[in-house]
Design a protein around this ligand. Structure first.
Ligand code: 3HC
Length: 295
């Protein structure tokens, strides 16, 4: 599959990352199927996309109207025949390895053997996701950053069996939608960014847990000294505390090592449903859940 042959995109999972990824492709002119398990989730997701597009329109960052872009996104409940003509898939489901494998096994049967199957996993090995398919050479990682519409970097990463052409087409597709991709030639769970970020945020969490600094102090340090655009705790709220938590559990299950120091504060918050911006509370409070405003 060459990049110019790609016309229809399927995004599986309409959560924080999935809805943003669908939005990016629709802005770039692609027809997008956005799939999730319920109409309710899809409605919330379309609502978030509308909010984001309106923000972009206000700032003159998109040429078309909000409705023109939205008209290219078709919500689909579940994975069925109606999406079988997709040329490229980005899977953005929760960081649960068994769930991802199940989705890839379904996609493998549903879509043409030429369709490229990409995962947006944060930290799981693309090789073990690809094993759930009959054609692991067409499986690749395409890792966006939150929010996909504003963040330019995309990490494209090969699994052990990923075909070179599949990786190259994915890389070119990222460029075509206006991103700045990097190509990682070996399967490194966590890619480049999340390995660095995980070590930083794990250390930050420990400093707070041990009472050596408070959340606002650590955020101030990461922003004003380390030069991060957001403090690490605001960023965790923004990305969703459950993402890192689920990824860690899945990595443990796969027997993978992590350079992230253990920190129980995250687990406690996830168990209380304090997931960050999406739930209205994480390390900080957000009056309009799902819609980021500086705390
Ligand atoms: N769409 C449109 N607008 C959005 C938006 C979205 N999805 N999310 C936030 N905004 C808007 C806000 O509502 C606000 O609008 P306003 O100006 O009208 O109030 C504005 O963007 C925020 O503006 P800020 O002044 O706070 O910040 P900037 O515009 O300078 O930048 C940012 C925003 C690009 C999000 C910047 O804060 C940033 O780079 N943050 C770090 C993000 C990051 O590191 N992401 C990666 C996380 S790790 C990850 O995703 C990996 C994965 O595996 C989990």
């Amino acid at each position: 599959m060459k990049v110019d042959d790609i016309k229809k995109i399927l995004v599986v999972g309409a959560g924080t990352m999935g809805h943003g990824i669908a939005e990016v492709f629709a802005i770039a002119g692609y027809h997008v199927y956005l799939s999730d398990v319920s109409e309710d989730i899809l409605n919330k997701s379309l609502n978030n996309i509308r909010w984001s597009l309106s923000k972009l329109k206000e700032k003159d960052r998109i040429k078309e109207t909000v409705d023109e872009v939205l008209s290219r996104i078709r919500p689909v409940v579940g994975l069925n025949e109606s999406v079988s003509d997709a040329d490229f898939v980005v899977e953005a489901s929760p960081e649960i390895i068994d769930l991802k494998r199940q989705i890839f096994s379904t996609l493998d049967k549903l879509l043409s053997p030429n369709t490229i199957l990409a995962t947006n996993t944060s930290t799981l090995p693309v090789t073990s996701i690809a094993e759930a398919t009959s054609k692991p050479e067409r499986v690749v990682a395409m890792h966006f950053f939150n929010p996909p519409v504003l963040m330019e970097l995309v990490e494209v990463m090969k699994g052990e069996k990923t075909n070179d052409e599949v990786a190259l087409t994915t890389y070119e597709l990222a460029k075509k939608i206006g991103k700045k991709p990097i190509l990682i030639k070996k399967d490194v769970p966590g890619y480049v960014v999340n390995n660095i970020l995980g070590a930083v945020s794990g250390t930050a969490c420990l400093l707070v847990e041990k009472g050596l600094a408070d959340i606002k102090e650590v955020d101030a340090v990461t922003m004003y000294k380390l030069g991060f655009p957001m403090g690490v705790f605001i960023l965790a709220d923004y990305s969703g505390l459950d993402i890192g938590y689920n990824a860690l559990r899945s990595r443990e299950k796969l027997g993978l090592k992590t350079n992230r120091p253990p920190c129980s504060m995250v687990e406690e918050k996830v168990k209380r449903g304090e997931l960050g911006v999406k739930s209205g509370k994480g390390y900080y409070q957000y009056p309009a859940p799902g819609k980021y405003q500086k705390p």
